[in-house]
Design a protein. Structure first.
Lengths: 106, 508
């Protein structure tokens, strides 16, 4: 729902009008056909994803359908790049290397 | 001299019995008496041997020393000399003549040799491991000693699998106390290394009689009981006495310094997080989406199962509250109207979002092999539980089906692998039951019963592996009683009561 969200594929805001979306889709299709490096990938909160003509057409079609646009908007409006922090390991006050120290292994 | 050795044996055995009953005072008393009689017996032996030597009968002197002293000193020799040096064959020999070996001395010998493979300072030679495997194969049917020896060898590379195997020893009807003591010691040391004091304290409370303790385990159990604030925790003085009698005093000295009760377990901290979260304002949708993305990316950086489980639990709680809040419904309805979406689009879209989120959480749980988060009493909670349950039940049925089909199709594994496969499918069953409760237990049991029955009967009739077949049938009976399946109880009770012979006596 995020990596292939139509708003991210087309690089438009969730508030964009239908005309803006169509214009952007046509522009991207042309750029992809000509092999413009900038047009070959799009950014998402999960990182850059590859873009091709097929994904641009599919995204534009999805945003023409009000129901599919509703769902795509929900995700696109609220998704932001997550800040990943490894949760700290539970602090276990054990005996470090007990097996080695107590004769049960290296 | 013989009298003193006999007295030593008696006092030593009494000390072990006192330790098994967790009676520190008697344990100390009998240990002191055993030590005194051993000193006197050794003195008498040395004087006699010296006189024989002086008379020129040195061969008799050496023979006498070997016959009298080796059985008493063998356990010490194995632990402090042969195991660190990886002397597998000598450990086997000492184990055979050891005073603690009992009637089936081959069992303790096998485990002592496996301990030498595991505990050696340098990696054991491949030839020594091969020699041990030959001895293991020669023993024949699987009993507790074979399971423990296999687990010790396995512990060099796979600690988790060794832990599961050693914990399963309690279910094997063939009982060698000295072997069980070593298995219990490994489990205690492993729990101490992981800081799983509560696990150790609980086991010492509930299974003390089934898990005889070595002096080291006795000490670690005492530390665990003190840290967890258990009712039967030893006093500081008792704990110091246990420390004094246990080996590796330098390594365990640090445990005496900090014997205050341990902090609450991770599980309770997860529950607390949920409780606190329930009292504060609901998280925003942006928070929930970001948490979902973070969880999907975090799979690669999880540091332990426990943190993964906590993250998934928090994620489920967060979405549960977001999806139940009126804001998302209001926004969906208003936006659907602006976009001129068909009637009912908002509700349909919300259901699709729930489905997507539940699917993503299930993927996290499956990928990290986590326990399912506690059930939530909401529409989203029911959907999530159903998704988790459905996949796990399917997987479980497939697992049991494959297991039963393999055994009945004549494809044989070694007895220890048969036992490990049973432990694996049973663990999957327990995971499913833990996530789905009694309803799921009743759903899953018939498949488990059918497979267990087929496998146990094949192991009993075709391979005469009575001990593991009996253990499978006993578990099946306990499970049939738990779900109240009358026909299964009747059949399992009949099968589990069948008598059979072990190397330590008749069962049933």
């Amino acid at each position: 729902v995020i990596a292939d969200n139509p708003f991210f594929v087309l690089g438009v805001s969730p508030d964009a009008s239908r005309q803006e979306i169509e214009r952007e889709a046509q522009k991207l299709l042309g750029m992809v056909e000509l092999g413009f490096a900038d047009a070959m990938s799009y950014s998402t909160p999960l990182g850059a994803m590859p873009r091709d003509a097929e994904s641009v057409r599919a995204a534009a079609a999805a945003l023409r359908d009000p129901y599919r646009r509703l769902i795509a908007e929900l995700w696109a409006r609220h998704a932001s790049a997550p800040e990943i922090r490894a949760m700290p390991a539970p602090t276990a006050a054990g005996l470090p290397q007990a097996r080695t120290k107590l004769g049960w292994g290296r | 001299m013989g009298l003193f050795f006999a007295l030593f044996q008696r006092a030593h055995q009494a000390a072990i019995d006192a330790r098994r009953r967790a009676s520190t005072a008697r344990y100390l008393g009998w240990s002191a008496l055993a030590a005194m009689t051993l000193v006197v017996a050794l003195l008498a032996l040395m004087v006699t041997a010296a006189r024989l030597w002086a008379l020129g009968l040195w061969t008799v002197a050496v023979g006498l020393i070997s016959v009298c002293a080796l059985p008493a000193l063998a356990p010490w020799l194995v632990r402090h000399v042969l195991v660190p040096r990886g002397q597998v064959k000598l450990a086997h020999l000492c184990g055979r003549v050891s005073s603690v070996a009992g009637t089936d001395s081959g069992a303790f010998a096998l485990v002592a040799a496996a301990w030498a493979v595991l505990g050696a300072r340098k990696p054991a030679k491949a030839s020594a491991v091969a020699w041990l495997n030959t001895r293991l194969a020669e023993r024949g049917r699987l009993g507790d000693a074979e399971v423990v020896a296999s687990a010790f060898v396995l512990a060099r590379s796979d600690v988790e699998a060794a832990r599961a195997l050693l914990a399963s020893v309690a279910e094997i009807a063939e009982v060698h106390p000295a072997v069980r003591e070593l298995a219990g010691e490994w489990l205690a040391v492993d729990a101490a290394e992981r800081g799983a004091w509560r696990e150790l304290a609980t086991r010492s409370d509930g299974e003390g009689a089934r898990w005889p303790a070595t002096p080291l385990r006795f000490l670690l159990e005492g530390v665990a009981a003190r840290r967890c604030g258990a009712a039967a925790a030893p006093s500081a003085l008792s704990l110091r006495a246990r420390w004094l009698l246990a080996p590796y005093r330098r390594a365990t000295w640090g445990l005496l310094a900090d014997i205050t009760p341990a902090p609450a377990s991770a599980n309770s901290s997860v529950a607390t997080t949920g409780e606190v979260a329930a009292e504060t304002s609901p998280p925003s949708l942006s928070d929930a989406v970001t948490a979902l993305l973070a969880a999907s990316v975090a799979v690669a950086v999880e540091t332990s199962d426990r943190t993964g489980a906590a993250r998934v639990h928090q994620l489920a709680l967060c979405w549960d509250r977001v999806l139940a809040a009126p804001e998302i419904h209001t926004w969906m309805s208003a936006r659907a109207q602006q976009l001129a979406a068909p009637l009912g689009s908002a509700d349909r879209a919300l259901a699709e979002v729930m489905e997507t989120v539940a699917g993503a959480i299930r993927a996290q749980v499956e990928r990290l092999r986590l326990p399912a988060p506690p059930p939530l009493a909401s529409r989203f909670g029911h959907l999530l539980t159903a998704k988790l349950r459905h996949g796990r039940l399917d997987e479980l049925e497939l697992g049991f089906g494959r297991w039963g089909d393999r055994v009945t199709s004549g494809s044989k594994l070694t007895p220890i692998d048969e036992w490990r496969e049973f432990l694996a499918v049973r663990q999957a069953y327990r995971d499913v039951v833990a996530s789905g409760g009694d309803d799921l237990r009743r759903l899953a049991f018939p498949r488990a019963f059918e497979a267990c029955n087929r496998v146990a009967v094949a192991l009993w009739n075709q391979r005469e592996e009575f001990a593991i077949a009996h253990a499978i049938l006993s578990w099946q009976l306990a499970e049939a009683r738990a779900v109240g399946d009358v026909a299964a109880i009747e059949l399992s009770a009949k099968n589990a009561a069948l008598p059979f012979a072990t190397r330590t006596g008749r069962v049933g």
